[in-house]
Design a protein around this ligand. Sequence first.
Ligand SMILES: N=CN[C@@H](CCC(=O)O)C(=O)O
Ligand SMILES: [Zn+2]
Length: 404
Amino acid sequence: MSNATDRRLWRDISVFDGLRTLPEPMAVITEGARVTLLTPMREFNEQLANSCIEMGHGGVMTPGLVDCHTHLVFGGSRAEEFEARLEGASYEEIAKRGGGILSTVRATREASEDTLLTLAKPRLEALIADGVTTVEIKSGYGLTVKDELKMLRVARRLGEILPVNVVTTLLGAHALPPEYKDNSDGYIDLVCQEMIPAAVAEGLTDAVDVFCEKIAFSVAQCERVFEAAQRHGLAIKAHAEQLSNLGGTAMAARHGALSADHIEYLDDTGIAAMREAGSVAVILPGAFHTLRETQQPPITALRKAGVPMAVATDANPGSSPLFMPTLMLNLACTLFRMTPQEALAGMTAHGASALGLKEQGRIYEGAVADLCVWNVEAPAELAYAVQPGRLRQRLLQGVVTHGG
Ligand SMILES: N=CN[C@@H](CCC(=O)O)C(=O)O
Ligand SMILES: [Zn+2]
């Protein structure tokens, strides 16, 4: 890794700034942890080059990718469930018979913190190798206070051992654990009264998430979780409207949620509530693809309403065992007809907004130098082709962590 105090120069580079591709070739200088110059090449003062390390020319620079929705920490495998679904079982049927998320819960509870760390590390390394500089990691496969905190500790440790910003989210209300069968309100009490306070006391979580769905928790139960989270000063997010329309998104937006995620069944009322609240719509094409869903998220209506759309991997063992962010750019375009620019904004500027981050996901003079330089000629190529190995350089807070 390089020295963060060096001054570095890229010339003749195409820059996607997090929202759009800048119209002409640019010169970019970073100094320490910041971008200090972003100027059209034709206005570049050559004398500045004397004090810089030349980092190359050509290619595309983007903000470091922000994967704003993952479940990277888990034990076990769901390959058998994959096969069962191919034979006709649905995700809901598998969940109802105690498989799906609960099968990962069993394996995750059995695993030690160190084992979970060992399992999660290569998954996160795969995201990093494909340009991720900021990742959100959820709990949600422990479903006891002890096991949820164990997962969150692993997530925090991943951010300490790998060059990546990690944001953590407590997803205690992900599924009803077997101990609370027939007492889902009792489990929500546990989440609100013990899990959230314990996670806050250890400084382990940045936000709280819920799964608002028939196979998970009702709108009223999710609302109780949000109120508890907000009493502790935590941001909130929701898995909502993935398999049916319960109105969880509108409720989450009324509470000022950072984001509503999946949202295949989102209706106009939900869209209006998101626009009003400034919530981000997190589009998860990996889950749509893997579960062979048929209901598309309302991209056209979200676009028309001006609701910002993020794109994320949802990397997890069940609904999206896909650990390649740039594949998600491709799927967002091919499955949902997002434009390549929208998809890239979804994994940079809007991904950062979905995590409440103001500093990441953008390139401007003064921005944090979390950056990727790609061996492609135009930003749209990142969504067009699915091709590992295109990352030329990656910087985290001005430190070169990949490429010279
Ligand atoms: N929808 C609920 N939760 C996860 C799935 C987790 C799993 O299937 O293990 C998701 O985001 O897709
Ligand atoms: Zn999820």
